[in-house]
Write a protein that binds this ligand. Structure first.
Ligand SMILES: O=C(O)CCC(=O)C(=O)O
Length: 261
């Protein structure tokens, strides 16, 4: 079973949702032209980390994001992993993922669970508390956001939902990109699945973001890696590799959860 995945490594205009919403369609169109099953965007692409202005710029109930992604998914008949966006729900703000299938149905949402204090998320955002799982053409998949990858227990929990791919939208600053690559490879190897990680490029007033988006196979090899420029890359992966590797070395069967708490 093959899946073709398009990673849309975009720049984000700081605190300018209108500009950011207007730029995603060409990436979706290009992914569809290249016959991708799914296109994936980075973290917080509607606002960037303009957290002090969330009251003005976060998407109320994610309505604009859902409307735009549903329309694009239907227009181009392609599944869209919407990275994540800043959303206002009630009196709280969340860092939220929406996944829309090729018919325009929302198949998953996820609120970032581990808030990143170094970028002040804990002061402005509320944390999510729930798992997510969805299918891409019958292949189980799940999603986390950026800092979540530093918590192997959370990615293990999500992998145990019979997932073969973990998506990781991010705004990961350039100085720690070496850690990004090692953490992602480790999560792929230990969970014996594919990791699709999409970072933004460009900069905001506090950080530079060096891209290096990657698709990593279950042995930790980089199937695709981007540089630090805005671009879309399409790659085809063979999902059956996960079963082969899990059959050869049955890590999931050898777990001792009775000892882990
Ligand atoms: O963990 C890191 O070093 C970066 C995390 C991050 O930038 C984020 O979660 O937005």
């Amino acid at each position: 079973m093959e899946l073709t995945i398009a990673i849309a490594q975009i720049d984000v205009d700081f605190g300018q949702p209108a500009k950011n919403f207007s730029k995603i369609e060409p990436f979706v169109a290009q992914a569809a032209e290249q016959h991708a099953d799914i296109v994936v965007f980075p973290e917080m692409w509607n606002t960037g980390y303009d957290l002090t202005r969330l009251g003005d710029i976060a998407d109320p109930n994610g309505q604009q994001t859902q409307h735009v992604l549903v329309a694009l998914a239907k227009k181009y008949h392609i599944m869209i992993h919407g990275g994540s966006v800043a959303v206002k729900r009630g009196d709280k703000f969340f860092n939220t993922t929406y996944v829309i299938d090729a018919n325009g149905q929302e198949v998953a949402t996820y609120d970032k669970v581990h808030l990143f204090g170094l970028m002040a998320e804990d002061q402005y955002l509320a944390a999510g508390n729930a798992k997510n799982r969805f299918d891409i053409n019958g292949v189980g998949a799940t999603s986390v956001i950026c800092y979540d990858i530093r918590f192997p227990e959370w990615l293990r929990t999500l992998s145990l939902t019979d997932s073969r791919v973990i998506f990781v939208p991010a705004e990961w600053p350039t100085p720690r990109l070496a850690q990004w690559r090692k953490l992602l490879a480790a999560r792929a190897i230990e969970n014996q699945l594919f990791v699709v990680a999409v970072n933004r490029v460009g900069s905001d007033p506090d950080n530079r973001f060096g891209g290096s988006s990657v698709v990593i196979d279950p042995l930790g090899n980089e199937v695709a890696r981007l540089n630090d420029q805005e671009q879309l890359k399409t790659v085809t992966i063979d999902i059956d590799e996960t079963d082969k590797i899990r059959g050869f070395m049955p890590v999931f069967e050898d777990r001792r959860p009775d000892l882990y708490e």
